[in-house]
Design a binder for this molecule. Structure first.
Ligand code: HEC
Length: 179
């Protein structure tokens, strides 16, 4: 991570030097940087204000997601978001948000940055919380009237949270020395 940031810095520094030399480009404004800076860590510390329940999320889902992911997330033209619990160790594993994903915060992050597929970024944060709650509810993980927000979402326990092991190779993950 640190070395990749170093590389990013070198590239950015070189780019801005070139820009100065050639008289092209300009520094990104704080608002422009903010528009791109939407990453949510697994611990959810960057989660925005807003909230939504599964009941509200069903409306969002039926209008914006169902035509690709099927009725109640069962899968249609695109991947299923529900089901597969207990299938991972079988010859026909079904990896879904419910059976595979270790963090509920990742679901919020993914939907906000990437869905609906042809129109990402078009949902409000409250709609993303609501549709996240709906997908979690369909998987039996949260109740229909449980509000998902910056406080509750990081506390959601995903069924496969314990199914991942830290990568112990020396150059990555758990094996990497903290600086
Ligand atoms: C036009 C079709 C389309 C619509 C509409 C759509 N999606 Fe998707 N969705 C996709 C495709 C295609 C992928 C796979 C993308 C990839 O792997 O890069 C995907 C992947 C996903 C995944 C990841 C699934 C996994 O296990 O990897 C989630 C979660 C998801 N979509 C949620 C949503 C939600 C929520 C909505 C509505 C707000 C939505 N999608 C609307 C096409 C769509």
């Amino acid at each position: 991570m640190h070395s990749s940031w170093l590389l990013v810095c070198i590239v950015l520094a070189a780019a801005s030097l070139c820009a100065q030399k050639l008289g092209v480009g300009r520094a990104a404004s704080p608002d422009e940087v903010k528009a791109w800076d939407i990453g949510i860590s697994p611990d959810g510390r960057e989660l925005p204000p807003g909230a939504g329940t599964s009941i509200e999320g069903k409306e969002v889902y039926d209008r914006r997601c169902k035509r690709c992911h099927g009725d109640a997330g069962k899968g249609g033209d695109e991947t299923a978001l529900v089901g597969g619990l207990g299938s991972l160790a079988t010859p026909r594993p079904l990896k879904t948000v419910g059976s595979y994903w270790p963090k509920a915060t990742t679901l919020f992050d993914y939907v906000r940055r990437a869905m609906p597929y042809k129109n990402p970024g078009s949902l409000s944060d409250a709609q993303v919380y609501a549709v996240t709650a709906y997908i979690l509810n369909l998987n039996g993980i949260v109740g229909a009237s449980d509000a998902m927000n910056a406080q509750t979402l990081p506390k959601v326990k995903m069924p496969n949270a314990g199914g991942f092991i830290p990568d112990s190779r020396p150059d990555t993950g758990a094996g990497k020395k903290k600086k």
